[in-house]
Design a protein around this ligand. Sequence first.
Ligand code: HEM
Length: 308
Amino acid sequence: MAKEKLAETAVNKIEKVFGEHKTYRRAHSRGTGYKAVFTANGEGKNWTVARHLREGTTKAVVRFSHSSPDPFWTDNLSPVKGMAVQFQLPDGQVMNSVGVTSPIFFSRTPEVFTEMLDIAKSFKKGKPRLRDLIKLFIKYPESRAAIRIIRKMQSPASFATGLYHSIHAFYLVNGTGQRIPVKFQWHPEAGVESLNPVEAASVKKGDFEKELEERVIRGETAFRLIAVIGDTDDPVDDPTKDWAEDRKKVELGRIVLTEKTDEAEGLLYDPTILAEGVECTDDPILHFRNPAYAISYMRREGEKQKES
Ligand code: HEM
């Protein structure tokens, strides 16, 4: 099946499983946006020609989200949180950097992802029952690691205390044209902090959004951008596999949230849109996200226009 057709099938299935929530994103439906400023620390000059990662400051719009496609789920039912950053370069280029609090993804290919949505129909409170889990583990052994992580995952205590992973590998392109495989991470300056199950149970819908707004008013809320440098043998096209913990990590700069904005809700954080100096790998899931996000964007923005 062509990539676009399969993406439409996948988005339709998401709507069937989690409900059709008009005007919302079809995944990571509920979120909150902030204007931000990224300041490169100069280290990027050793790794890439991408201007915003080499020097100076760049404007950005950041959206934090709960992963559920259902905006009415309480915050604790979506332990995986998202952080989407759109760098807006002065020359008009944009670069999206989209991360979640899980280091790996649960499907290796778009076909498996779309098939898995059928099994997800039976999930209770977003988590698979043992019977479904065994089915998944037998059929898709490569998905075991991510499903185990997601099942045990505790929500960060705040959007500002999550460590967000790009999951996919990308290439940084340097001045000699060399392509260096990297995975991006956003590290919270507030430190990584998670909720225990008792704390998580008391979280109500919208608590995370409120807490972040108060935190930004109170003081500086920032994240450090880290590039994890891949070794020659590290897989660059398999989001179900993490790289070894001891890989070299390079800090490229920091992003500071400045003020709340509604702008993020209308943006499309397509992770394949990158600036010169950063390129996509051949990861099939990464490339599948391009048509899937476009379909979701067209539906939600079309619905907003009809409502207005
Ligand atoms: C088969 C693979 C995937 C599909 C089909 C998919 C689907 C979607 C869709 C339809 C949206 C809403 C897009 C919009 O309306 O703008 C979305 C948002 C999002 N996805 Fe995925 N996704 C996939 C993989 C991933 C992976 C691997 C990550 C990990 C980084 C991820 C993180 C996010 C985040 C953080 C958002 C919210 C972005 C925002 O705030 O606009 N997704 N996804």
